[in-house]
Structures are given as structure tokens and as C-alpha cells.
Write a protein that binds this ligand. Structure first.
Ligand code: SF4
Ligand code: SF4
Ligand code: SF4
Length: 253
């Protein structure tokens, strides 16, 4: 019988929400188990093997010297390495910590910091070559399926590069910037979530990170005209994808 492709699933600095989203594939996930062998997944399995893996899905950013060495080891043992979710792609919410001094951040959490050695929180691509990028906090199930399918077929996944606004308009939502004067990040954020938040009358917070070639300065001007301060605007661009060059430039970092 032909050997099934092996998958390893790993967690670094993140909340485990991306791994949970994988489990939430439910029926699709059960079908997936017929064609792949998940040989490493500490959150779910008691017995795990140390690779090599055909596909490695990596959740979480890198925040310690030990994690730098671990991600390099995983890279060596993986044919296809996927940055699975925004923390792995660009550091996501934990990367807000990068804007306060390292020692100060450590002291906020630990009473004794003598054995704590943290680094800036960065996406895994800062340290190793990444083959596929799965945006979102967490990624939408359709995108997860697309990336796993593409990895198994060894083809490029078809992921969206247009803004959330396009998905929002396709849903016939009234624009929250125009109708309610709310600071929505949809015009500069990558689509893929189906405009979940604006469809529930909540602004897009930018969790998918920058779309291709976003006009961030135009959106920042819109926010200024709404009355938001420079500090408010900085916080908005730093919130999820503050380490990406596109949002970082707009935050003035
Ligand atoms: S991307 Fe979001 S859901 Fe995934 S681990 Fe990071 S914080 Fe959690
Ligand atoms: S509500 Fe937000 S996502 Fe929707 S069209 Fe307006 S700016 Fe774009
Ligand atoms: S609407 Fe924006 S914040 Fe909400 S899930 Fe989509 S990309 Fe993330």
C-alpha cells in the first residue's frame, strides 16, 4: 500500500486558535485523516514522532532563542513549510509587545525574570524559508483547505490578494466608514475571511494583514478626517500586522 504523506503540526508563540480552527474542519478533517498521516501534533496526540514531514503547519511567531533553533530544525525536516495563521506570518497580536522595551514586557508577566530570555516576536519567515503563507487570526476554513490541498498536490494555493471591502460589497453590507463614521481597516486588509466582521456590523481590525499594494496613507487620511489622533492611527496599524513593512510604514515605525 502507498505510504500516506506525513504532516507535522507545531505551536510557537500564539494562542492555539489556529490549531483549533483545523479541528473545526470536522467532517473535512475526518476525511483528511484517510489520506494523510499526522505524525506530530502535541496538542492532540499522545505519541508523536520526530519527522521528517511532507508538510509542516506552523502556528505562532518566534519569541525566544530556543524557538529560533526549533524552527530551523523543523525546516530541515520538512518538504513544505506552511506559516499557519497570522502569528506565524508576521507575529500578529503578540508582536504588540515589540513596541515596549524587552525587560519591561518581561516584568509585566514574570515576577522573576532571571531565567527569561525573550526576543522580538517575529514571523517564522524571519528565520527560515517559508513555502506557503496562510493569513488570518485564525485563517478561514476554506483557506486552510485550499492550502492543505495545494500542499498535497504541490501546486500554488489560490488565495485572495484583494481587500476585505470587495467581499463586504459582495455581501451588500452598508459601508461602516460611510454610514457610521467608523474606522474600518477593510480597504487595506487582505480578503479571505468573507468580510465576517463588517457583516456583523463590526469594523475590520486588519487581522489578515495587508492586501497586495495597499494604499495605507489614503486610509490614514480618512481616519484623520474622522478625528482620530496620530496615536490612534498608529495603534490601528500596529494591532495585528504591525511588523509587516506596509503597516509598519504607516504606523511611522
Ligand atoms: S493567528 Fe490568531 S488565532 Fe492563530 S495563534 Fe495567532 S492569535 Fe491565535
Ligand atoms: S465596512 Fe469596511 S470592509 Fe466594508 S466596505 Fe466599508 S471599509 Fe470596506
Ligand atoms: S473582517 Fe477583518 S478583522 Fe474581521 S476576520 Fe476579516 S480580516 Fe479579520
Amino acid at each position: 500500500m502507498k505510504k500516506k504523506p506525513t504532516i507535522g503540526i507545531f505551536k510557537f508563540t500564539g494562542c492555539a486558535g489556529c490549531q483549533l480552527e483545523l479541528l473545526h474542519l470536522e467532517d473535512v478533517f475526518i476525511n483528511l485523516l484517510d489520506i494523510v498521516d499526522i505524525t506530530y501534533w502535541v496538542m492532540v496526540k499522545r505519541e508523536n514522532t520526530e519527522g521528517p514531514w511532507d508538510i509542516s503547519l506552523v502556528e505562532g511567531g518566534i519569541s525566544t532563542p530556543e524557538e529560533i533553533e526549533e524552527i530551523k530544525e523543523i525546516r530541515k525536516k520538512s518538504k513544505i513549510l506552511v506559516a499557519f495563521g497570522d502569528c506565524a506570518v508576521n507575529g500578529c497580536i503578540p508582536s504588540i509587545r515589540n513596541w515596549i522595551p524587552q525587560m519591561e514586557a518581561e516584568q509585566c508577566v514574570y515576577s522573576d525574570t532571571s531565567s527569561i530570555h525573550s526576543t522580538k516576536i517575529l514571523g517564522i519567515g524571519e528565520y527560515v524559508k517559508v513555502d506557503m503563507v496562510l493569513k488570518g487570526c485564525p485563517p478561514h476554513r476554506e483557506n486552510i483547505i485550499e492550502v492543505i490541498k495545494s500542499s498535497l498536490l504541490n501546486i500554488r494555493p489560490r488565495l485572495r490578494q484583494h481587500p476585505v471591502c470587495m467581499e463586504c460589497k459582495l455581501k451588500d453590507n452598508a459601508c461602516l466608514i460611510i454610514s457610521k463614521n467608523l474606522p474600518c481597516m477593510g480597504p487595506v486588509t487582505s480578503a479571505g475571511c468573507g468580510a465576517i466582521c463588517p457583516s456583523l456590523n463590526r469594523i475590520c481590525e486588519g487581522c489578515y494583514g495587508p492586501m497586495s499594494n495597499p494604499n495605507t496613507s489614503a486610509l490614514a487620511d480618512v481616519f484623520r478626517k474622522m478625528g482620530y489622533s496620530e496615536e490612534d492611527i498608529k495603534r490601528k496599524f500596529r494591532k495585528y500586522a504591525g511588523m509587516t513593512p506596509e503597516f509598519r510604514k504607516e504606523a511611522g515605525d
